[in-house]
Design a protein around this ligand. Structure first.
Ligand code: BMA
Length: 322
């Protein structure tokens, strides 16, 4: 029988890093069940990953790992950067998960949107930092159930914009991507759907959510989103592409009909949650024309896939208009 890793489709937009997974719980400096779904950014000549670490009770916190080239020699902090604090933030009772990092030029600080697992279900929380040493938790900004959120880096008509994924209760497909606005990062309104999960047999028919924060390009905001398909043996988490208008991110310019990345390798197929590829961070290396995509594999480890940004944009521009 063939090993399923041999079924790799050629000419993919993203190539897996040959030393995947790049981080696992085995090399963690303290006891942990799994490390996955990391936010990513460049900071002071290093790539910083804000890693979701699941402890042996099932709750997650966030810990920093750094590397000069974003691929090798990761230095892992021996203590969490952000921990659940249910005494001050009751909405964090069952942990904090899946951070997305965006630099806000106007405020000269990084915004971290993450999932707080509350008594009423997952919701969106916000924290800020200037130095990745001191963090300011601003509390919840969207009620449950809502996750997969990222800010855009600057204001639109004087308001901050947040892309996120609330879950409606009344019908399938169960989760679309929304945009909301705020004058102060605290009070949010004007909620609108910008991208719908498809229906029926589509690969993104059940629910969708953004992966890494939107990537600003000359052609528009590049969104790498995950689409979920329910199958008899569980959910498949794959990735598709969308391009949003730079000036009006409510406007979808193009959307891929096909997924561009999905579980294939053993480390993506087997783990605590099988057949999941789930990126929360990406770093664009403009000098090398490379997009480094950091994704959680099977809710168990952190992996890297690398794409040429020009090829990705060429591809999405040929996809159907939104
Ligand atoms: C999603 C999120 C992710 C997780 C994925 C697969 O709903 O909770 O954190 O990686 O499911 O389990």
């Amino acid at each position: 029988m063939k090993d399923p890793t041999e079924y790799v489709v050629t000419s993919e937009l993203f190539s897996r890093y040959e030393k995947n997974p790049i981080l696992t719980s085995a090399e963690w400096p303290y006891r942990a069940n799994a490390v996955f779904n990391a936010g990513a950014t460049r900071f002071k000549d290093e790539t910083i990953l804000l890693v979701r670490v699941e402890n042996m009770s099932g709750f997650s916190h966030l810990t920093i790992a750094r590397s000069k080239d974003g691929k090798t020699n990761w230095k892992i902090n021996d203590h969490p950067a952000l921990e659940p604090q249910p005494d001050i933030h009751p909405e964090e009772i069952w942990g904090i998960e899946d951070p997305r990092i965006m630099y806000l030029k106007e405020k000269k600080e990084y915004a971290i949107t993450y999932t707080a697992y509350s008594y009423g279900g997952p919701l969106v929380s916000l924290a800020t930092t200037e130095d990745f040493q001191h963090f300011n938790k601003m509390g919840s900004i969207m009620p449950p159930e809502d996750k997969d959120a990222s800010l855009l880096p600057y204001k639109f008509n004087d308001r901050w914009a947040l892309i996120h994924r609330p879950v409606p209760i009344y019908r399938a497909p169960s989760g679309h991507i929304w945009i909301s606005y705020s004058p102060d990062l605290k009070h949010w309104g004007d909620h609108k759907i910008i991208l719908k999960a498809r229906e029926g047999g589509w690969w993104d028919a059940d629910k969708i959510g953004i992966g890494p924060p939107p990537i600003e390009t000359d052609e528009g905001w590049l969104i790498i989103y995950h689409g979920v398909k329910r199958t008899a043996s569980g959910s498949l988490y794959r990735l598709g592409l969308v391009l949003l208008d730079l000036e009006n991110p409510e406007k979808v310019l193009h959307r891929s009909n096909e997924w561009v990345f999905g579980p294939r390798m053993i480390y993506e197929r087997i783990g605590d949650v099988p057949s999941v590829t789930f990126p929360c961070g990406a770093v664009l290396d403009k000098t090398r024309n490379e997009l480094l995509l950091y994704y959680g594999a099977a809710d168990t480890s952190i992996c890297l896939a690398i794409g040429k940004i020009d090829d990705i944009l060429e591809y999405i521009l040929l996809c159907p208009r939104g």
